[in-house]
Write a protein that binds this ligand. Structure first.
Ligand code: HEM
Length: 453
């Protein structure tokens, strides 16, 4: 295992112990905003491209901007999306991340339809109403835990949009089954009672059963007008010669529900933490949003798409938040053929992990990379991905939820900074396992602004 077979020169690095490789070191938790220690130490020792072995597989880790770019560019040709078996087990064998070719394109179009600009434009009032209502209810409580509170807000909104699911009118709690999930998601794959991984699989089983029941319920009581994703899926399933199957549709629903509430709530919690720690950033952000209200005829008329698009500093703020959040610590691919790159050979069938934190914390590209400074984005293109920014991935598999996330974050921040101020009470510390977590939450007290503030 130590010297894997290769037709050329493998990148340097250690394959660790037999079978486990360096899995345990990889999963060792840390509390830093910097490049994960596992990667940083090896970058120093071996350079920007190195080999290792994780969950029983040989892996090439890339912190090299050119190799990252090449990997994204060659999706489907030399590389293919690949995630460890634990992920596939949890998200379903037919989830969008594991599909390729025709079926993948079909699903991607379906999702882009759902979360594309036209849909989001229509959704804007609902996003704003939801954020305002939630904030108001939180302000009547002594303290709230922001990660949990924003996750619940986003889950409800997404579940309503996808399957018209209403938590208050449902005997079972769909979201609870997703909560068991997070800790087991990037954990050691030991499926015995008591382990995080086992709980995670149990959560998936329950959630999938609920989704299946809800879909069957809808099938027996079809609606006249197509209004949510379930209606759309049922119609697609009835079409002659359709390539969609019920299992694929349910796996997709599951991935979308999970991807939307977990990632965005982490980003929002961290955003509020950064605002608490950086009063001058809060002032600039508040100025931008108060100006939107001032420039309106009627202060209480809802946000328009044009106003949303005008939030220049807010988008810089969101980019800076996700740059440092590094919510996705590794993007995985598999080589379909042997690859030659910068004098190294990567054998066919090996896993490759692109490491976004190494890109986002590179001092050559981001001056004082650990400093939170939204203005560093001034004058740069902040939509889409680049060699130096890949918080939402890159290439063909660029995140389909990016615009949805940005709408939710920007609208929430708009309601927050124009109507409220807050005091951090406790928590707010981050832990990376290596996925981002708030082990003791982030508890704040939310107070309505008075007219004078
Ligand atoms: C802060 C929020 C988010 C972050 C940081 C994020 C990050 C990412 C990244 C890095 C990828 C690329 C994975 C890869 O190349 O293998 C990705 C893909 C994906 N994201 Fe997101 N995401 C976010 C929000 C969302 C939301 C709200 C949704 C749901 C609507 C979503 C759904 C997806 C899906 C379905 C894919 C797979 C796309 C594909 O395989 O082509 N994401 N995301």
């Amino acid at each position: 295992w130590r010297n894997p077979r290769c037709n050329g020169k493998l990148p340097p690095g250690s394959m660790g112990f037999p079978l486990v490789g360096e899995t345990l070191q990889f999963f060792t938790s840390n509390t830093t905003f910097d490049i994960p220690p596992f990667v940083k130490v090896r970058m120093k020792r071996y350079g920007p491209i190195f080999k290792t072995s994780l969950v029983g597989r040989p892996v090439i880790v890339s912190t090299d901007p050119d190799l990252n770019h090449f990997i994204f560019l060659q999706e489907g040709q030399l590389f293919q999306s690949w995630y460890p078996d634990t992920f596939t087990e949890i998200f379903g064998r037919q989830n969008v991340g594991s599909l390729h070719g025709f079926m993948y394109k079909y699903l991607k179009n379906m999702v882009l339809n759902l979360f594309g600009p036209e849909s989001l434009k229509k959704m804007l009032p609902e996003v704003e109403n939801t954020a305002c209502r939630r904030l108001q209810s939180w302000s009547s409580q002594e303290t709230i835990e922001l990660k949990e509170a924003t996750a619940s807000m986003i889950f409800d909104l997404t579940a309503k949009k996808l399957i018209s699911y209403d938590q208050d009118n449902s005997p079972e709690n769909l979201r609870e089954n997703f909560v068991a999930f997070i800790q087991g998601l990037i954990s050691f794959p030991l499926n015995i009672p008591g382990t995080a991984y086992h709980k995670c699989l149990q959560g998936r089983k329950n959630a999938m059963k609920m989704l299946k029941d809800l879909l069957n319920e809808r099938r027996s009581m079809p609606r006249k007008h197509q209004s949510d994703f379930f209606d759309f899926v049922l119609e697609e399933l009835q079409k002659e010669g359709t390539i969609l199957t019920e299992a694929i549709a349910l796996d997709l629903m599951f991935v979308l529900l999970f991807a939307s509430f977990e990632t965005t709530s982490l980003a929002l919690t961290l955003a509020v933490k950064f605002l608490s720690d950086n009063p001058s950033v809060l002032n600039t952000l508040t100025d931008e949003h108060e100006a939107i209200l001032r420039n309106r005829e009627n202060t209480n008329s809802g946000l328009t798409w044009k106003e949303y698009k005008s939030m220049r500093y807010t988008f810089q703020f969101i980019n800076e938040t996700v740059r440092l959040a590094n919510i996705v610590p590794g993007i995985f691919r598999k080589t379909l053929r042997e690859i030659q790159f910068k004098g190294y050979t990567i054998p066919a069938g090996w896993a490759v992990m692109v490491c976004p934190p190494a890109v986002h914390l590179n001092p050559a590209k981001y001056q004082n990379p650990l400093t939170f400074n939204p203005s560093r984005w001034e004058g740069t293109e902040i939509n889409g991905a680049s060699k130096n920014f890949m918080a939402f991935g890159g290439g063909m598999r660029f995140c389909v939820g990016t615009d949805f996330t940005k709408v939710q974050m920007a609208v929430f921040l708009h309601c927050l900074v124009t109507k409220y101020r807050w005091k951090p009470i406790k928590g707010g510390n981050v832990l990376r396992t290596p996925g981002l977590q708030f082990p003791d939450g982030f508890h704040i007290q939310l107070l309505e602004k008075t007219r004078m503030e």
